[in-house]
Design a protein around this ligand. Sequence first.
Ligand code: URP
Ligand code: ZN
Ligand code: ZN
Length: 460
Amino acid sequence: MSILIKNGKVVTAAESFYADVYCEGEKIVAIGANLSHEADKVIDATDKLVFPGGIDPHVHLDMPFMGTSSSDDYETGTRAALHGGTTMVIDFILQTQGDTLRNALKAWQGRSQGKAIGDYSYHMAVTDFNDDVAKEVVEMIEKEGITSFKTFMAYKGALMIDDGQMVQLMKVVRKHGGLVTVHATNGDMIDSLVAKNKAEGNLSPLYHYLSQPEVTEAEASGRFADMLHYTGCPGYIVHMTCEGALNAVRRATLRNQKVFVETCSQYLMLDASLYDKGFESAKWVMSPPLREKKDQIALWSGINQGLVQVVGTDHCPFKWEQKKMGENDFSKIPNGHPAIEHRMELVFSEGVNKGKISLEKYVEVTSTNAAKIFGMYPRKGTIAVGTDADIVVFDPNAKHKISVDTHHMNVDYSCYEGWEVTGKTDTVLLRGKVAIENNTCHLKAGDGQFIPRGKTSLTI
Ligand code: URP
Ligand code: ZN
Ligand code: ZN
């Protein structure tokens, strides 16, 4: 199969230029003006942008969590991602405390193999570190192509490790060329605030937000940076929400340290006023919670200052029936919100269209940097000869509304219902095959591949 994309504006993290793109098999084979290659299919990209497929490095598909499971599985989740222009996701394997990484890997392979429509990889969450797990960490890096290790500084009793385990894990990961990532919030502080609020009868979703103040994230982010500095391990903070946490990373730069930072689309454009809607606010119960307008300003600035390298989603959807598990107790509301489908369009509309970031920065934070940090560049994350033909043809002027009636995620509400968006995914290629055209997905379960990853590129 060969495809020629004609007359589009090609955008990479480095530059934008008008060119045709010719793909053969799974790869991009030629880029240039007025290409005359004979192709099985020609896509007219006049007045459209042509950029690398989005990479969302933070999703939770079919994940057992808080007494239920996230409602998108690999099939529905990666299909929805493709509809929005995300061609690859990185999901989180969760080690069960007391069990092995190997068993956790097998469980996640059972959920993904033969089901994924888009490409995927895994981070391995180490929730119980000891000498045996240390050996498995090395195996994951050297044999399985899993080079990033997620840690939780919260969710005590289920996922959290202590600082001693964290430091020992960092030493092993550093030695073998991996990366430690973190959910950086102070779990003990949060648990005590949750308990106090419940004891006082404060049970609505608002108290989820009030139990996780900014300081819980700022403190843990600084502590994580300190442990990275001590061990020399590369690190990445997931789903950063606030100015205080960003300042912890900014302070680390004063000792010439670099800590990678991911924020998520919701933290750039939603705020904590959504917790004022009674139980409906459960739709936005996620950890960390939404913050303030001043935090949105800090995060957009952080993107432009190169302190925030990635915009993911932390897609972790639960249907309304599942959210209702916490109708009488906010601490039982499954944490997470659906976002995998709309990240590319929302960040374009709110970021590029409103003049907050450049087109090149957009590609950098939605695709290229994730590929570099997580060891997949240049196979993924750019448009260049020899790379995977994961390509989005995007109409920057198309206006549309986000709604549960039209989205493809397996969830019965939208956290962005009625939002007017400028910019729409038009056509998507995954490794040289048409994945999305005319709002229809042409790929099937099993067409998505596991992408083994290498060492992080630290020179971003
Ligand atoms: O609320 C969230 N973020 N749910 C998913 C798990 C996590 O902490 O990332
Ligand atoms: Zn988290
Ligand atoms: Zn998450």
